[in-house]
Design a protein around this ligand. Structure first.
Ligand SMILES: Nc1ncnc2c1ncn2[C@@H]1O[C@H](COP(=O)(O)OP(=O)(O)OP(=O)(O)O)[C@@H](O)[C@H]1O
Ligand SMILES: [Mg+2]
Length: 358
């Protein structure tokens, strides 16, 4: 398969024309916010995937969108990237409304999808070159930027290999390199590390931080992984299409006010009643344990043990995690098994899809 030069050059012209028009289009967002979302909703038939969300993403930050399967993360990203239209509300990205100025938005963003979207039959370099042409990277700049991108994600020595010979982690890194080739204002990544082993995940993060540092690109990413959410500057927790909390990881954890005490007892139901009676707090049941939010864990534990007439088997005191925040706000945990099941299904679908195309 080769490039169709005519199609590419006309796509480039369209984008460049779009960029010119954009100079005269209205700028709506605040200068330090690169994304402004108000009352955004998206319905697919009877399914309300996104139910009126508000958020502002500051220029240059790594913003994480955290939520369980089906929460509305991909749908929100798709609307912000102009891939699907919203049912209600508004979104401004890079100064342009996604609804009225989709071309201008597209010229200013980079995208890494939930499913890999590289051409397996081409070499990595050809994939990047194709992208550089479509996005109107000036001809004299292309090779230099492509070299720099390969260097950044440490794929220089594999640049001329066919993508089909790449591992999953290498493909992700290549996708990130491609996503920033045209110096987007915002790089959107939908689950950039899903299904990757922890080591490769850490590597992808290293590259994302480097992208931000080198280019000042704002990064908007979705994730299921709590530990990744911890690495973001700010996060929004989304559940059933609604944002249930937004702030820095520390702000969210501080909202919990204090420590989390986790106990297991010989009779959790009885212990729950006694905790409620004695301390006026509700213990949350989670996987055979009781979680209690208290101001000062170390002081609470001796009082707790004294107050209960059931056998206390284990006690742990710790700082709240984002999982605790999620549990408190929604009454359930984001489960890793749920994550992995989703990842496995998607990986299988992606393989089938790619297999079918060959
Ligand atoms: N094209 C579509 N047609 C119909 N329903 C859809 C479509 N895309 C998403 N949905 C539904 O919208 C809801 C939100 O889906 P979305 O893909 O945004 O979730 P997500 O948070 O990205 O989940 P995951 O973590 O599994 O990727 C789900 O109930 C899903 O079934
Ligand atoms: Mg998704």
């Amino acid at each position: 398969m080769g490039f169709d030069a005519e199609t590419l050059s006309s796509a480039t012209e369209t984008l460049e024309a779009g960029a010119l028009t954009s100079l005269v289009a209205a700028t709506v967002a605040a200068p330090d916010d690169v994304i402004t979302v108000r009352g955004l909703s998206k319905r697919y038939g009877a399914v309300e995937a996104v139910r009126g969300i508000d958020l502002d993403v500051h220029r240059g930050e790594i913003f994480g969108f955290l939520g369980p399967n089906g929460a509305g993360k991909s749908t929100t990203i798709s609307v912000l990237c102009t891939l699907v239209g919203a049912t209600g509300g508004s979104a401004v990205v890079g100064g342009y409304d996604v609804n009225s100025h989709p071309q201008q938005v597209r010229a200013r963003i980079g995208l890494v999808f939930q499913e890999p979207s590289l051409d397996n039959q081409l070499t990595a370099r050809e994939n990047l070159y194709f992208h550089a042409m479509v996005y109107g990277v000036p001809r004299h700049e292309r090779n230099r930027r492509i070299e720099a991108a390969f260097e950044m994600v440490e794929l220089t020595d594999r640049a001329d290999a066919q993508v089909i010979t790449y591992s999953g982690g290498m493909k992700r890194r290549l996708e990130i390199a491609r996503g920033v080739l045209h110096y987007p204002e915002v790089l959107f990544l939908d689950e950039p590390t899903i299904g990757l082993d922890p080591q490769t995940r850490a590597k992808v993060w290293e590259h994302l931080r480097e992208v931000r540092q080198r280019t000042g690109t704002t990064i908007f990413m979705t994730t299921h992984y709590m530990e990744e959410a911890e690495w973001c500057d700010r996060i929004a927790i989304i559940d059933h299409g609604r944002i249930v909390s937004l702030g820095t990881p520390d702000q969210l954890k501080n909202q919990m006010g204090g420590d989390v005490v986790v106990v297991t007892t010989s009779d959790n139901a009885r212990a729950t009643r006694q905790i409620e009676e004695q301390f006026g707090v509700t213990a949350l049941h989670d996987d055979g344990t009781l979680r209690i939010d208290v101001a000062a864990g170390a002081e609470f534990v001796p009082k707790l043990v004294k107050a209960l007439d059931v056998e206390v088997r284990t006690v742990t005191v710790r700082r709240p995690s984002l999982d605790d925040v999620f549990l408190k706000l929604t009454g359930r945990a984001i489960r890793d098994d749920e994550v992995d099941q989703g990842a496995a299904t998607r990986a299988m679908m992606a393989r089938r899809w790619q297999g079918g195309r060959r």
